[in-house]
Design a protein around this ligand. Structure first.
Ligand SMILES: Cc1ncc(COP(=O)(O)O)c(C=O)c1O
Length: 420
């Protein structure tokens, strides 16, 4: 029986909790701003994917770009999860965290020779190749090393995926990602004549924060067409990587993973391919809360600003993508006046905001707010702009709590800089 899924960060007796801890206590202990992750929730998401796609030989390759913290990655590794990486740095992280190289797939439109070499040396499961030059380079390097390089080609299926922001669409013909079907087929044919290449699979990733099933079905169908064509020519692949991009409920709908599994599994039945999925956001997004303290309120003309100690340097998504994140008081106060406010950070940019025109109970100075759904593309997109040290990351797993990244110090800010 599939277990009912719980929501992370429930409120009990008016205080947000994470596992068996009060978020207020954690904020006192670690300071603010603070990234907080509920690993138990991530565990349930892993289980949901596995149950939904149980008949597909699924390799769940967590997309490290969403949140690459070593503590979180290593715990995911203990659940048997692999990694989807896009750089040598992410390969380093995955290996440091103890994820087996045999569960690593390497995507990315611009891999350097150094990165390809690192992947070959580590003996990763497969390179998801995105340019003709990349495959040629890989062949050359494998020939020089005397081995075989496993690869799949990332297909561009020419699907304009319905994502909330154009920056997160990657499957249309005029995006930089993947290769057109015809070019890919020619490359597979060429590779079949090269003894140092091993055509292991095929890959597609159409975008991020998608809540509809239809684009996945279309992407799968177009990739399966290529698989069948190649098979007729004697080129037998082992995996089909359908990428990630499954949407979470920032302010509404999310992808129903179980329903997607029911829709897609039958299509894969006779393909003799193992499925790879690369979820990032849908594994960790909802598991993150950014805890911030209100520094003050300011009225300017018709506007009311709530000024917090977290800003765009800590969470870039609102200003970069116009993204919505729910904001809740960590400790509820009854009969609070409700107002429409901009929640803004201390950074010297008008674009530094966490929410615009948000109706919410007006918090007082010193109160704590929780910014929801920040587990993915939160900390990893943070910066030191305005010489702001980045916040700590704390992971809770039921009744255990771990500081998995320390708050940066001023010393960290100037590390590596030289006064000549
Ligand atoms: C190739 C690839 N796989 C997986 C992902 C993960 O996407 P998401 O975090 O939306 O699941 C991305 C995101 O950009 C990607 O480019």
């Amino acid at each position: 029986m599939p277990q009912a899924e719980f929501r992370p960060f429930p409120s009990t007796e008016g205080v947000i909790r994470c596992g068996s801890f009060s978020v207020e206590d954690l904020a006192d202990r670690y300071g603010t701003p603070l990234y907080l992750y509920d690993f138990d929730f991530i565990r349930t998401r892993v289980r949901t994917f596995r149950e939904a796609f149980q008949d597909t030989g699924l390799l769940l390759a967590y997309s490290v770009k969403a949140n690459g913290n070593l503590g979180l990655l290593s715990r995911l590794g203990t659940l048997g999860v692999g990694a989807d990486i896009v750089s040598g740095g992410e390969l380093f992280r995955a290996l440091q965290a103890g994820i087996g190289p045999g569960k690593v797939v390497f995507a990315g439109v611009g891999k350097t020779e150094e990165e390809l070499r690192a992947g070959l040396e580590a003996q990763i499961y497969s390179f998801n190749v995105e340019t003709v030059e990349e495959l040629h380079r890989l062949e050359e390097m494998a020939r020089e090393r005397g081995g075989r390089a496993p690869f799949g080609i990332r297909i561009n299926p020419d699907i304009l995926s319905p994502t909330p922001h154009e920056y997160t669409r990657t499957g249309h013909a005029e995006s930089k990602f993947g290769l057109p079907v015809q070019v890919a087929v020619e490359l597979y044919r060429w590779a079949a004549t090269r003894p140092h290449l091993h055509a292991r699979g095929i890959d597609v990733h159409i975008g991020s924060q998608i809540v509809e099933q239809a684009p996945y079905k279309r992407a799968l169908m177009s990739v399966l067409e290529v698989v069948h064509l190649l098979r007729k020519e004697g080129i037998q692949l082992e995996y089909l990587d359908l990428g990630g991009g499954f949407g979470i409920p920032y302010d509404g709908e999310s992808m129903d993973i179980r329903a997607l599994g029911r829709e897609l599994t039958p299509l894969l039945k006779d393909s003799e391919l193992r499925l790879i999925l690369e979820p990032g956001r849908s594994l960790v997004g909802e598991a993150g809360l950014l805890v911030t303290r209100v520094l003050g309120l300011k009225v300017a003309g018709a506007k009311t600003f709530v000024i917090t100690d977290a800003g765009m340097t800590d969470l870039l998504r609102p200003s970069h993508y116009g993204a919505y994140h729910g904001i809740r008081p960590v400790v509820e106060v009854e009969n609070r006046e409700v107002g429409v406010v901009d929640v803004v950070g201390p950074v010297c940019e008008t674009g530094d905001f966490l929410a615009l025109d948000r109706e919410m109970p007006l918090p007082g100075p010193g109160e704590l707010l929780g910014i929801e759904n920040v587990g993915a593309y939160g900390f990893v997109m943070s910066s030191n702009y305005n010489a702001r040290p980045r916040p700590p990351e704390v992971m809770v797993d039921r009744d255990e709590v771990f500081l998995i990244r320390e708050r940066e110090t001023y010393g960290d800010l100037v590390r590596g800089e030289v006064i000549p």
